[in-house]
Design a protein around this ligand. Structure first.
Ligand SMILES: NC(=O)c1ccc[n+]([C@@H]2O[C@H](COP(=O)([O-])OP(=O)(O)OC[C@H]3O[C@@H](n4cnc5c(N)ncnc54)[C@H](OP(=O)(O)O)[C@@H]3O)[C@@H](O)[C@H]2O)c1
Length: 302
């Protein structure tokens, strides 16, 4: 029985919400920390879940959110920089992630799980990917026993991935990133949440780096074909060269919330599949579900 809460930074986000649910269903007390904290609407009397306001950029707020936590999960995201709001990849993914790890160590937290992403590497043309790599290093420097989780692209009810494909499916043709041959390993958000919950326990771990992908490696065009087949909708698939996508991303960049960014295009140019030699679902005895079997529930929610 855990009495000290597990604090989920970013516990109101897509993955964070699923982690909170999994923890609560496991009977664990949970503290949600976000700038706009919100309690889940599914909570029931007796569920031990609280929510606190916290900006990862604020030292005092982070320290206060960490108080008496047994475990901490960082599921904070920033996909598009917002310079006017002071939100940069460096501020959130490197400085903020490092701050959380340092304050967690000072607070005596026994387990910190840092959520990153598959494909994270120092030498990437994407500023986002480079920041994620530097963020992982900042976390390990501050708290060497931290656990790094890198999920592949997430799907589930209310996700951004299938939502974008659904929007594209309204066009008379489906544009592909390049020839649509980039390999992805889409993974259900609930499977990653279950893995995160397992790893946030206090039992000793043999591994500290995990990558989570679904059971199938699919080319981008195969993902689209599955979605179109499920929707019973026929669309010609149109290969669009990557330089055209880069041009489009550059034109959209001045928008406050661009629907496509240069970093997303770069990410679509590289395979995002589980590497060799890392921890996986197998180590945790979790059998992840397929995209195909999940499409009815994921798309019914829209
Ligand atoms: N979605 C995917 O397909 C995917 C794939 C691989 C890896 N990941 C990783 O999984 C993690 C979670 O991603 P997500 O898609 O679930 O993100 P999300 O839905 O955008 O949620 C982001 C969460 O972070 C909080 N947040 C943002 N800025 C904050 C700040 N300055 N201080 C405190 N909290 C802040 C948000 O709440 P407030 O706005 O109220 O603060 C929200 O709770 C990220 O590390 C992401 O890179 C996601």
């Amino acid at each position: 029985m855990h009495d000290a809460p597990t604090t989920v930074f970013g516990g109101t986000g897509f993955l964070g919400r699923a982690i909170v649910r999994e923890l609560v269903e496991a009977g664990r007390p949970v503290r949600i920390a976000a700038r706009r904290p919100e309690l889940p609407d599914w909570r029931e009397p007796g569920d031990r879940v609280e929510a606190v306001a916290c900006d990862l950029r604020d030292e005092q707020q982070v320290a206060s959110a960490l108080k008496e936590s047994s475990a901490v999960i960082n599921a904070v995201s920033l996909y598009v920089e917002q310079p006017r709001a002071g939100l940069s990849f460096e501020e959130i993914h490197i400085i903020g992630a490092g701050r959380l790890a340092r304050l967690a160590r000072e607070a005596g937290v026994t387990r910190l799980i840092h959520i990153s992403g598959i494909g994270t590497r120092d030498a990437s043309p994407s500023a986002y990917v480079r920041a994620r790599a530097a963020g992982e290093s900042a976390v390990i420097d501050a708290l060497p026993k931290a656990v790094i989780l890198r999920p592949s692209v997430l799907f589930g009810p209310g996700d951004a991935f299938l939502a974008a494909l659904m929007r594209l499916a309204r066009l008379p043709i489906m544009p592909l990133f390049g020839r649509g041959e980039t390999r992805l390993q889409p993974v259900h958000v609930a499977d990653v949440a279950r893995a995160t919950t397992c790893l946030s326990d206090t039992r000793p771990l043999e591994r500290r780096l995990f990558e989570f992908g679904g059971p199938e490696v699919l080319q981008y065009r195969q993902v689209i074909e599955q979605v179109l087949a499920h929707l019973e909708c026929r669309r010609p698939l149109l290969p669009v060269p990557f330089p055209v996508w880069h041009l489009l991303a550059t034109l959209l960049a001045p928008l406050p919330s661009p629907p496509l960014t240069r970093d997303q295009v770069i990410l679509m140019q590289q395979d995002t599949i589980v590497s060799e030699g890392v921890g996986t679902f197998d180590d945790l005895g979790i059998v992840p579900r397929t995209l195909h079997d999940s499409l009815p529930t994921c798309l019914a929610a829209r």
